[in-house]
Design a protein around this ligand. Sequence first.
Ligand code: ADP
Length: 184
Amino acid sequence: MTRLIFLGPPGAGKGTQAKTLADEWNIPHISTGDILRQGLKDQTPLGVKAQSYMDKGELVPDELVQEMVQERLSQVDTKSGWILDGFPRTVNQAVFLEKLLRILNQNGEKVVNLDVPDETVIARLLERGRKDDSEEVIRRRLEVYRSETAPLIDFYSSRQTLVSINGNQSLEEVTAELKKVIAS
Ligand code: ADP
């Protein structure tokens, strides 16, 4: 049973790695960013509410993403495991998730931190060129990461095994390292 939480700055490669591993293990890849972008495309009430935050590089309010994750983790396909990518992003969300997993009887998750220096992250995001990947918005996302999300590294190291991986390597090298760590 694999339940994995990916931490790391925007552009660390969480999405790419999460997708590769989830496909290989046949478990859902749950990306809050992807779900929000889909909602935006479909103009769901959630997508409409989230848009202004995402465009500015700000976090969408906790209650909105928490409700979304609760709904997603309650679906039957999560019984075989999952990879969470982009959630939690605040200590509040992490506390919420801890309680939710207890209620759903889905504990025993591993937390992996993908470590990548700022220069690499900025270069990668500028290259990716998503709508919210302008230099100004990238800088804001990094600031928000540092103040809101980076504290989760301490949160999880004090609670359970948090593994850090050097994300500043080729995609294949990172995947190989992830598999090694997760198997151990
Ligand atoms: P990145 O690839 O930069 O890590 P994501 O695709 O994970 O970006 O997320 C894009 C945007 O969606 C974020 O900048 C934020 O506005 C919103 N978002 C995604 N996940 C969360 C979350 N857990 N809490 C709040 N906002 C979120």
